[in-house]
Design a protein around this ligand. Structure first.
Ligand code: SAM
Ligand code: SF4
Length: 271
């Protein structure tokens, strides 16, 4: 698939639910109204969409949400899509999760062919975790991350940078990820949807943050490409690959290879 801008589209990001067990301040309003269940695609329809797009050239599928692992019977979808890794030209099946259910599902995910997982974690402080997610699940997330590592899933931590909330903590996250052999990607907060919180108050450009980090770390830009929106650097002291997603300060549209499908079946070529 080639889009009207000449971009080769080979990556599908499929949302399997709008529901979530967290209410991150940058993502959802506290009293968010979810879609009626009947509006969501069934697991069979989600699988069918994947099959159609694999036939059209999709090589990588990322399952997302809401929180994908709170969808009932979601392992059935992973099991069926996992079969396509051997039976079709699908090369990678992966997911983005908040980690709260990974203790339960990590070993099954590995069994069904998932090898990498992106886990969102914005802080190592239980108190700040509550402030950001409005929930008290910090320990279940940490346990989930440990379970993912134990199940041999390669972990990448995604951290949304929030000025005045976690920007002073990024050094600790770098050290922690380095010690655990996790990659780390920093994301600028984007004004997506109405969350009831003014996000511009917490916006910090990642180039500004990078300048700060360079006072403590040797950061070298590297040519690594994941096909996604991140640009990468290597932090020598932590032996860590650092991704930076900068939709606000430096957009990545020209390199984008992604197609997005919502849990109701709408196609978007952009966030
Ligand atoms: N619930 C899963 C999770 O949190 O990983 C998957 C869905 S979540 C929408 C996917 C990613 O988008 C997460 O890494 C989250 O931090 C990020 N995200 C959500 N809202 C954002 C915003 N307003 N700006 C930047 N990133 C955001
Ligand atoms: Fe849920 Fe992920 Fe949004 Fe947080 S970022 S509210 S975990 S969907």
């Amino acid at each position: 698939m080639i889009d009207p801008f000449g971009r080769k589209i080979n990556y599908l990001r499929l949302s399997v639910t709008d529901r979530c067990d967290f209410r991150c301040t940058y993502c959802m309003a506290e009293n968010v109204k979810f879609l009626p269940r009947t509006d969501l695609l069934t697991l069979e329809e989600l699988e069918k969409i994947c099959s159609v797009f694999i036939n059209k050239g999709i090589k990588k599928i990322r399952i997302s949400g809401g929180e994908p692992l709170v969808r009932k019977n979601i392992m059935k979808l992973f099991q069926n899509l996992g079969k396509k890794l051997t039976e079709s030209s699908l090369q990678e099946l992966t997911l983005t999760t908040n980690g709260s259910q990974l203790n339960k599902y990590s070993s099954d995910l590995y069994k069904y062919g998932v090898r990498r997982v992106n886990i969102s974690l914005d802080t190592l402080s239980e108190k700040k975790f509550h402030l950001i997610t409005r929930k008290n699940n910090f320990h279940s997330v940490i346990d989930g991350i440990k379970a993912a590592k134990k199940s041999r899933l390669k972990v990448k931590i995604n951290t949304v940078v929030l000025k005045g909330i976690n920007d002073e903590e990024i050094d600790s996250l770098i050290t922690w990820c380095g010690k655990n052999n996790f990659d780390l990607t920093l994301i600028e907060t984007m004004p997506l949807g109405d969350t009831g919180v003014l996000r511009s108050n917490n916006y910090l450009s990642i180039s500004e943050l990078k300048k700060r980090l360079m006072q403590n770390w040797t950061i070298k830009d590297i040519n690594f490409k994941s096909g996604g929106p991140a640009r990468y650097s290597y932090i020598q002291e932590a032996n860590l690959r650092l991704g930076m997603i900068t939709p606000m300060s430096r957009n990545f549209c020209s390199d984008c290879n992604r197609l997005r499908v919502t849990c109701t079946g709408k196609i978007y070529m952009c966030l």
